[in-house]
Design a protein around this ligand. Structure first.
Ligand SMILES: [Cu+2]
Length: 147
């Protein structure tokens, strides 16, 4: 991933240009926090959890996710029906209102990953590309850990 060096360079450029009253870093309109993934063994299936915070003044629409380590990443929702726990694929377009967030958590909405190209052990990380309407992509590194 080459994103991190680019981010660092732009941060330094901003810091160098800003006067004493200028904040060094503008608030990112889309903030992704706490991304983590369950370990995966021979089944090569796992789930990712994270929170997307929209700090923009306009709504944003989450349209899907992908990872170079998975054949497919899709939005699922876990729900209980008649005492049984089911997972259902969700229409992946999710509108996040201004100053609202989309919470992907255990027992709720999550990103289901199938066709993993390798095992995921605790301590690994998995790159996730989150796509939003208007050609916005946010790349995050999700930590692999046990729940
Ligand atoms: Cu699922």
């Amino acid at each position: 991933m080459t994103l991190r060096p680019i981010v660092l360079v732009s941060f330094m450029a901003l810091a160098a240009c800003g006067g004493p009253d200028t904040p060094a870093v503008a608030v990112r309109p889309l903030d992704v926090q706490g991304a983590w993934v369950r370990p995966a063994d021979s089944g090569l299936v796992s789930a990712a959890y994270l929170v997307i915070i929209n700090r923009d003044t306009a709504p944003v629409t989450f349209i899907g996710a992908a990872s170079p380590l998975a054949e497919s990443v899709s939005l699922h929702e876990t729900m209980e029906m008649g005492g049984m726990v089911h997972m259902m694929p969700l229409d992946s377009a999710q509108v996040i209102a201004s100053n609202d967030s989309l919470v992907l958590a255990e027992g709720a909405k999550h990103l289901m990953m199938t066709g993993l190209r390798r095992r995921l052990a605790a301590g690994d990380s998995l790159p996730l590309m989150l796509s939003f309407a208007g050609n916005q992509t946010v790349v995050v590194s999700a930590a692999v850990r046990t729940p």
